[in-house]
Design a protein around this ligand. Structure first.
Ligand SMILES: [Zn+2]
Length: 279
């Protein structure tokens, strides 16, 4: 197959959402937990993504919003855990993979580890052309909004200072903190932005690829920064680079990126998580 003909080929479109608003029961292997975003209702919400683990409906799904602060600790789940839940098609989001989870329905199941049992589910999803995923998102209304991309060469991880929340994000935080909590008198801590944003630079396997630069929206990227609070910028960069390049993209790892785009800017894909089984 000629790699340069990527725009002539299209990978199959994700299934359309079913009509109606009836909750659908599904099993999902969670592969992505994105960094939390400010929410006026919950303080923060998280986008979770994964692949359907019910055999009749393969494909990626996005579950939003989920708020981990208010999930009972028994209901909390992690990456590479299979969860069962009910979800309704997210009608305000045109991306076909997007569902709105019924939070009270989430039941955590088996946690897959180490990499071998995860690979059984995920290796078939690996694609080698980010250029094609980008082209589809530009040209097709039914294009995929989530994918697992194997880079040919990761050239850099670059950092910039986080500019702080936007006025709209700050307004949500202020509103959340100001709400009286009658039933649950916990102290409401405002969500802090991470110190740094990171962006991967890489090339995909498309012969004509001119390179991709995508922001890192992985929760782990923010958590590591929280653990390094008080350290110098240089030390923090070094630790982030150590984990997100030195470890996750080591030569003995068959690294791929979970990428996803934005509902309002379908051309903008970010790295939501890193898949790094051993070669
Ligand atoms: Zn490319």
């Amino acid at each position: 197959m000629s790699q340069s003909l990527f725009s002539a080929f299209h990978s199959p479109a994700p299934d359309p959402k079913p009509p109606g608003d009836r909750p659908v029961k599904m099993q999902v292997l969670v592969t992505v937990k994105a960094a939390p975003n400010p929410s006026e209702t919950y303080g923060e919400t998280v986008c979770v993504a994964g692949v359907r683990a019910d055999m009749t409906h393969p494909g990626f799904v996005r579950l939003y919003p989920i708020n981990f602060r208010d999930l009972d600790s028994d209901d909390k789940f992690g990456k590479y855990q299979i969860i069962t839940l009910e979800a309704t098609p997210a009608r305000q989001d045109q991306r076909r993979e997007s569902w709105r989870p019924v939070l009270s329905s989430i039941e955590p199941g088996e946690l897959l580890r180490p990499w071998k049992p995860r690979q059984v589910w995920l290796d078939d999803y690996v694609e080698t052309s980010m250029c094609r995923v980008n082209a589809d998102a530009r040209e097709r209304h039914d294009a995929k909004s989530l994918a697992l991309i194997r880079p040919k060469e990761i050239t850099d991880l670059v950092f910039e200072k986080h500019p702080g929340w936007t006025p709209d994000e700050q307004r949500k935080i202020d509103k959340y903190v100001a709400q009286p909590e009658l039933y649950n008198p916990r102290e409401k801590t405002p969500l802090q932005p991470p110190r740094f944003k990171g962006r991967y630079r890489y090339r995909c396997f498309e012969a004509t690829c001119r390179g991709h630069e995508q922001g890192v929206l992985d929760w782990e990227f923010v958590m590591l920064q929280r653990q390094l609070a008080g350290h110098s910028d240089e030390h923090t960069y070094a630790q982030l680079r150590h984990k997100f390049v030195g470890m996750m993209c080591a030569p003995d790892r068959n690294t791929a990126f979970f990428v996803g785009n934005q509902a309002k800017r379908v051309r903008v894909f970010s790295v939501l998580g890193v898949y790094y089984p051993r070669r």
